[in-house]
Design a protein. Structure first.
Length: 252
């Protein structure tokens, strides 16, 4: 395996109750790659992230993350799930939420200490949220909350960051700042981001993969109409206005 490999999937198949969710997936992600994965709902995008995390074991194929089976590398992976469920009225501070990301390094029943608090403050500083460290998480805007959850993923100093629909709760005015933050982070780690926003990620990521049970990936960020139509099973085109193009469905 090449020394720059962070993620490698070879001939990976996953099925739920006999229905394929991923078919013969082959994917390589190298150090400092920023890969965007697009595709329709139910196309297997979240399943793919869970395979990389080692939360789902494929029926066929091999998966290596940072040179090991994914469950052995999980402490080196930062993960921001699609939905972060929490009680908005629960009195937990931003810094406490981020500190929870140290659990994997602490182990069971070991209390957090000053080093964990220092690591949490460092992670908040990296995402521009240190000034909100003592703010209750429920009082933040959607964009600020998402930055907090990224800080929680970063607090363990990961080599790989996985993001599942990270801009779903971020308004359009905050999205450019959010992507610029990720562009800085990719200098320190590989990033894989699942998104429905074809236009935006085509501007900011380095490479794009299209996933609808099968993976269409050529190691670049070029997406042709043929690839989009194969992925979405209907004609698709991109219309540009301003700096960010938008996906629309053609008449069919």
């Amino acid at each position: 395996m090449a020394s720059t490999d962070v993620v490698r999937l070879e001939n990976v198949w996953v099925s739920y109750n006999g229905t394929p969710a991923l078919e013969d997936i082959n994917l390589q992600v190298d150090e400092h790659d920023f890969l965007g994965i697009i595709g329709p709902n139910g196309g297997g995008k979240s399943t793919l992230l869970k395979v990389i995390l080692g939360l789902i074991r494929p029926q066929r194929g091999t998966v290596t993350v940072l040179g090991n089976p994914p469950e052995r590398s999980r402490s080196r992976i930062g993960y921001v799930p699609q939905y972060s469920n929490y009680d908005h009225d629960f009195p937990v501070s931003v810094v406490d939420v981020v500190t929870m990301g140290r659990y994997g390094k602490r182990g069971i029943l070991k209390p957090y200490d000053k080093s964990d608090r220092k690591a949490a403050e460092k992670a908040l500083s990296r995402v521009g949220m240190l000034s909100h460290a003592l703010t209750q998480i429920g009082q933040l805007s959607g964009g600020q909350q998402q930055r907090t959850f990224i800080a929680r993923a970063l607090v363990s100093d990961p080599s790989l960051l996985l993001l599942d629909e990270p801009t779903a709760s971020v308004d359009s005015a905050m999205q450019t700042d959010f992507y610029e933050l990720l562009a800085k982070l990719k200098k320190e780690m590989a990033i894989i981001m699942v998104s429905h926003d074809i236009g935006a990620i085509s501007v900011f990521v380095d490479k794009i993969a299209c996933l609808n049970v099968q993976l269409y990936y050529h190691g670049s960020r070029e997406i042709t109409p043929e690839i989009l139509e194969a992925t979405y099973k209907c004609p698709v085109q991109l219309i540009a206005h301003g700096h960010v193009p938008h996906r629309v469905l053609k008449e069919h």
